[in-house]
Design a protein around this ligand. Structure first.
Ligand code: PLP
Length: 394
């Protein structure tokens, strides 16, 4: 089979998988691969978790879709669970991370409109990634994603990520023209870059002083990935707006935008919507995923195993000239190389390890939160071998 009829947006490796279980995938020839990529942070409770499989099977035999013109019980349940876990008040569901961020941006604009701000600005970060729709693209700043699309970035003010002085300078200069700050607690696509300690707290305090909405994009970091239900929990803060997607239904498409207090009441009938958003299948599976994360204690597991994996990689790769830095939070780990990774993802896959390379130089590990200690050791051994000076790319 060729890809002649596909638009050329990805350059996939030749491997193709027909079956999965936990952190393992198998190709048609029966060869097993250890999946340290998790479909880019999506399959967070592992491939084919029995409870997820059962929920999909059962719901498919009941009803898939009825539209938001009727009450959807699973949607209400999911909103309730997410509100309780996050500390925010209300959710809107759609089908992807970009759409969740679109909702967040619309909440910011609506807030500005109610306040009578004529030319509202939203502060975003250098090297951010928020999605591929025109508005989220304009908010992004990663690997030339905007190039050629004329995405109108005029609504946005951009500051260096992690630099609270730059944000203070924006407050001085633009003050009440700013309505919101949008950021990722750990920048994912631009190379697994955690915010410096104290930064999220400082942003929260500045937003409170300035009456700006603090909007966190936790599409990649949310739901246990960083060893906390949400990355902001570690900072002891709560954002005004929170976006989720990737792992929420373990591969069934869903996105969510949550908001707090007055911001949670801005949308009114007709002001926003989504045909597929919040359908019974996606919401039921997401409820199951949250249940599994809770029952199997995957948040603390991600924190503990992630700390072990990070520490072990740091010590085993110390002094390796191919490695510049190993960093991360929980089971979101980046290994920044001193040179372009070249065919590293392919060479890793050939030896049975699936990993992602982002920004050309950063190996990104986003395994299922169910990864076992034994599998984590296998990941380490693979990586140490792959990055051994003899086999490293020049
Ligand atoms: C993946 C990602 C998105 C985009 O999500 P899609 O589902 O691809 O639209 C947005 N923000 C962050 C932080 C992401 O990692």
């Amino acid at each position: 089979m060729t890809a002649a009829n596909l638009m050329n947006t990805y350059t996939p490796l030749p491997m193709s998988f027909v079956r999965g279980e936990g952190a393992s995938l198998w190709d048609a020839a029966g060869r097993r691969y250890l999946d340290a990529m998790g479909g880019v942070a999506v399959t967070c409770v592992g491939h084919c978790h029995p409870q997820v499989v059962e929920a999909i099977r059962d719901q498919a035999g009941l009803v898939l879709h009825t539209s938001n013109h009727y009450a959807i019980d699973w949607q209400r349940q999911l909103a309730g669970k997410l509100a309780a876990l996050s500390g925010l008040d209300a959710a809107f569901f759609n089908n992807s991370g970009a759409e969740a961020n679109e909702t967040a941006l619309k909440l910011a604009r609506l807030t500005a409109w109610h306040r009578g701000i004529e030319r509202p600005r939203i502060v975003v970060m250098e090297d951010a990634f928020h999605g591929r729709t025109l508005a989220t693209l304009a908010a992004s700043d990663c690997s030339g994603v905007r190039l050629g699309f004329g995405a109108h970035a005029d609504d946005f003010l951009r500051v260096p990520f992690g630099d609270i002085h730059a944000l203070n300078a924006i407050a001085q200069r633009y003050g009440a023209q700013v309505v919101a700050v949008l950021l990722e607690p750990v920048q994912g696509e631009s190379g697994v870059r955690p915010a410096p300690p104290g930064y999220l707290r400082a942003v929260r305090a500045l937003c409170d002083r300035q009456c700006w909405l603090m909007m966190l994009d936790e599409v990649q970091t949310g739901l246990g990935r960083t060893g906390h239900w949400f990355a902001y929990a570690e900072a002891g803060i709560v954002p005004d707006v929170l976006t989720l997607a990737k792992g929420l239904a373990n591969g069934v498409p869903i996105g969510a935008c949550l908001a707090r207090s007055r911001t949670a009441q801005l949308l009114t009938p007709g002001s926003h919507g989504s045909t597929f958003g919040g359908n019974p299948l996606a919401c039921r599976v997401a409820c199951e995923v949250l249940d599994i994360i809770q029952r199997q204690h995957l948040v603390s597991h991600a924190r503990q195993l992630g700390a072990w994996l990070l520490g072990t990689l740091q010590s085993r790769l110390a002094g390796n000239p191919a490695v510049r830095e190993v960093r991360g939070q929980g089971l979101m780990i980046g290994i920044e190389l001193s040179h372009a990774a070249g065919g590293l993802a392919q060479r890793a896959a050939e030896r049975g390890l699936l990993l992602n390379v982002t920004r050309g130089t950063v190996i990104r590990l986003l395994p299922a939160l169910t990864l076992t200690e034994d599998e984590a050791s296998q990941v380490v051994e693979h990586l140490v071998a792959l990055l051994a000076p003899a086999s490293a790319v020049a």
